[in-house]
Design a binder for this molecule. Structure first.
Ligand code: HPA
Ligand code: ZN
Length: 341
């Protein structure tokens, strides 16, 4: 890989639409917060934690992800977590983020919704002001928790309605179909939230069509298994439903065996609106640019492909059309300026 392509991807203006803030918790910060809050971790050292990040599937990852979350207790903890992510994002010229957080992971441990969201929003607002990284925050319901718990979360969220752009659906997918969440997504839609859902990561293509038909989502998170159903691909293309694809996540959770097996190029060739994202970068070995580069290296993507992916990231965002057009124009200017370098 020529360094030129890495530099190009690094400086390319882009958006990140699929990143779990709790999944940006690097082991160094995890240990610092564990000490601050006197919480015991199942690892002795940062190296031991990293070594444990050897996942065989989504469930085995989630177990460690939820363990990591136990160190997040105070508003300042959530600020530090979010700030560490957004400063990294700004450095790789991410201009806009639509991060997820999982309120139930915290309220279930007795950490109030208001504590988590206050720290997260303060850091996102500081990053917007200092670095010009805009944001739309999305709260996810945990699909392997009760509907009652999700409903309670939606009610609590109402206090922060103007600060939360959308709702999503994450955690263990197989066996927890979208249909379980039909009522709550309808209620969220009536309250004006944008709607997205993880589907077709480990779950079957049917979960993708159900997320569209029953949950009325505007984007599909992951969605890579759509390729198993040609009629579904046709529909996603026709309806221009964006997919937020996370290549290193798919690799580390063994959705694909090797980077060369990743379907990103096939998804692009099918005419889908595809974006690249990092999912849980502290656990999966790379941030956003690393994901672009991993795919460029494995699949032989060139600058024009990376430009298309970056444009799609703004196109698929919840930004106003005028702002999307400005950011897409910035990509064109950037590509032009780097045409011969
Ligand atoms: N998939 C599903 N749920 C999640 C993930 C993921 O990659 N990360 C955090 N919650
Ligand atoms: Zn995810």
């Amino acid at each position: 890989m020529a360094d030129g392509l890495r530099d190009f991807a690094h400086g390319l203006p882009k958006a990140e639409l699929h990143v779990h803030l709790e999944g940006t918790l690097e082991p160094e910060l995890m240990f610092e917060l564990a000490e601050r809050n006197e919480i015991e971790l199942p690892y002795r050292t940062v190296e031991a934690a990293r070594k444990a990040y050897d996942f065989k599937d989504l469930r085995s990852f989630l177990d460690l992800y939820y363990t990591g979350c136990t160190v997040l207790v105070t508003e300042q903890d959530f600020y530090d977590l979010t700030w560490a992510y957004v400063t990294k994002a700004a450095m790789e010229n991410i201009r806009h983020v639509e991060p997820f957080f999982d309120p139930q992971t915290h309220t279930d441990r007795g950490v109030p919704f208001g504590v988590a969201i206050a720290g997260i929003l303060r850091a996102l607002e500081d990053a917007d002001e200092m670095f010009g990284v805009s944001f739309r925050l999305i709260m996810c319901f945990l699909r392997d928790q009760s509907i009652e718990s999700a409903k309670h979360t939606l009610r609590t969220a109402h206090l922060y309605r103007s600060r939360i752009a959308g709702v999503g659906l994450d955690s263990a997918e197989a066996g927890f179909p979208p249909s379980l969440f039909e009522d709550i997504f309808r209620a969220a839609g009536e309250q004006g939230y944008h709607r997205v859902a993880h589907a077709g990561e480990e779950g079957p293509p049917r979960y993708i069509s159900d997320a569209l038909d029953l949950l009325h989502v505007e984007r599909i998170d992951h969605g890579v298994r759509c390729l198993e159903d040609p009629a579904l691909v046709k529909r996603l293309v026709a309806e221009r439903v964006p997919l937020t694809v996370c290549p290193l996540s798919n690799l580390r959770l063994r959705v694909v065996e090797t980077a060369a097996d990743h379907p990103l190029r096939r998804l692009m060739e099918a005419g889908l609106v595809v974006t690249v994202n990092s999912d849980d970068p502290a656990y999966f070995g790379g941030y956003l640019t690393d994901n672009y580069i991993a795919m460029a290296e494995a699949l032989g993507l060139g600058r024009e492909d990376l430009v298309r992916l970056a444009k799609a990231s703004f196109q698929a965002s919840f930004l106003p059309e005028k702002r999307k057009a400005e950011l897409i124009a910035e990509i064109d200017a950037y590509a032009e300026a780097h045409a011969s370098s």
